[in-house]
Write a protein that binds this ligand. Structure first.
Ligand code: HSE
Length: 306
């Protein structure tokens, strides 16, 4: 009658893979509890001590996704959704994606696994579309599937997972200014030149080859984005400085997490990831911007029942 879910935070885009690449962070994410209620309404239950989330079911991504699923199966019961939100909204760490994916996954369990994983990604993605203006699955896919995922196409939706260097670590810093994905998407160009397409495509291919063959040099060389990073860097305080500092401290590569403001770096070891978090903290301290840092392995699991 009720279920509790862990839904991971995610990093999307990952350099050149705008709306394509995503990965699940290990052990960083939200806890979501779902309870059937008898009054055919969906309610979001507030919890003290966690970041404010919209309580209006029309505005919260979790209830938007749940409503779509319940409509599809003609379910007359309602649902109470309680979210312990550890991934701050507007952080670029897939906060809305983890709510959307967690509810899709949990509700599917309550509905005796009526939907396939791809259908769950689709439901969760429709929730993202309701908030960000356009459907993107690069956060909800890794949140549901775990690991490193690729959205191969949107029409029809096709998603797969690739192998990755399991010992690779990730350092993440969240400088606490809010960036709305819908706004950050408006900055991007509608068109790219043929020359940029070729470079971006080469980098996407290089990233996949680098991840699957554990070729760190290739990952480093391919973590270049000609489309989103140049436009969005301005939304993130001291972005260039933070990136240069990470690379100076042995990061394999560094870029914007999702639509920002979080920044991530890949490293070969845990101690390198920890060190980069320390230098980032010092840097943002100097700029008087509060931060949160995280380190993680790249092998985050997808949503799971707790
Ligand atoms: N791919 C999306 C974007 C992710 O960059 O807008 C948002 O978290």
């Amino acid at each position: 009658n009720s279920i509790k879910i862990f839904a991971p935070a995610t990093i999307s885009n990952i350099g050149p893979g705008y709306d394509i690449f995503g990965l699940a962070l290990h052990g960083i994410g939200d806890t979501i509890e779902l309870n059937w209620v008898e009054n055919n309404r969906i309610e979001i239950a507030p919890i003290a001590g966690f970041p404010d989330i919209p309580l209006d079911p029309e505005k919260n991504i979790a209830s938007i996704v749940a409503q779509k699923m319940l409509n599809q199966v003609n379910e007359s019961r309602g649902l109470r959704i309680t979210i312990s939100k550890n991934v701050m909204p507007g952080s670029g760490l897939g906060s809305s994606g983890s709510s959307a994916a967690g509810v899709a996954f949990g509700l599917n369990q309550l509905l005796n696994n009526k939907f396939s994983q791809l259908e769950l990604i689709d439901f969760a993605m429709q929730g993202e579309a309701a908030l960000a203006g356009k459907a993107h699955a690069d956060n909800v896919a890794p949140a549901l599937m775990g690991g490193f995922t690729i959205v191969k196409g949107y029409q029809p939706l096709e998603v797969f997972k690739i192998p990755f260097p399991e010992e690779m670590h990730i350092a993440v810093v969240h400088p606490q200014v809010e960036v709305k994905t819908s706004e950050a998407r408006k900055l991007l160009p509608d068109r790219v030149t043929l020359e940029d397409h070729t470079k971006q495509g080469g980098n996407i291919a290089g990233m996949i080859a680098g991840m699957t063959t554990k070729n760190y040099e290739l990952i480093k060389a391919s973590m270049q984005d000609l489309i989103a990073e140049p436009k969005r860097a301005q939304l993130i305080p001291a972005y260039e400085e933070a990136k240069a500092t990470a690379l100076k401290n042995n990061a394999i590569a560094c870029s914007i997490s999702g639509s920002g403001p979080s920044i991530f770096a890949f490293t070969k070891t845990e101690s390198e990831a920890n060190l980069i978090c320390e230098v980032w903290e010092a840097l943002y301290d100097k700029h008087q911007i509060p931060t949160k840092t995280y380190t993680s392995l790249i092998n985050g699991e997808g949503c799971k029942v707790l």
